[in-house]
Design a protein around this ligand. Structure first.
Ligand code: ZN
Length: 170
């Protein structure tokens, strides 16, 4: 193909570059220019649509990932709450267990008066183990009310408890 020649965009035949009409297919080549521009605009539109599609996709992904993050942070909160509760243990249950255990060792269990908020004397040591350090006011074998201090360590497991050490000081 010579420098002064071009391909007819419709029939593909080699024609003069300056030709305004293809001598093979009789196409008016002046009309092909606007067509080409239309094609270009179409290309631009396609590009814009693709970009808009990508933006939409990124927004959707962003929204989904933020939901995912919220979910995982909620999950983390749940876990930290569990860890906090686990670290606290069940002081009230350990205290209730202690009261029963102490009452069994009293001469007059019915006279037993434990301090209000006695679970404050209970400390969770971890792994279901608690230490307790408190007192009870109860009548001794002479019918005299005395204060008995006690301390010990217990294991609390699924509602059942077991003292591994215990001392009462009358
Ligand atoms: Zn042609």
């Amino acid at each position: 193909m010579e420098p002064d020649e071009k391909k007819c965009p419709l029939c593909g035949e080699i024609i003069k570059a300056v030709a305004v009409k293809c001598r093979y297919c009789q196409t008016d080549l002046r009309n092909t220019k606007p067509n080409a521009e239309t094609k270009k605009t179409g290309g631009c539109m396609t590009l814009i649509l693709v970009i808009m599609g990508l933006i939409t996709l990124m927004m959707v992904i962003g929204a989904l990932s933020s939901i995912g993050n919220n979910g995982s942070s909620n999950h983390n909160n749940d876990v930290s709450t569990l860890i906090q509760n686990r670290d606290k243990g069940n002081l009230n249950a350990a205290w209730a267990c202690t009261q029963l255990y102490v009452e069994k060792r009293l001469v007059s269990p019915k006279s037993a008066e434990f301090p209000f908020g006695g679970s404050q004397g209970v400390t969770y040591l971890g792994k279901n183990k608690y230490s307790v350090n408190s007192y009870v006011d109860a009548k001794n074998k002479f019918g005299v009310e005395i204060r008995i201090t006690f301390n010990g360590e217990l294991i609390l497991n699924e509602g059942s408890c077991k003292f591994i050490s215990f001392q009462m000081n009358e």
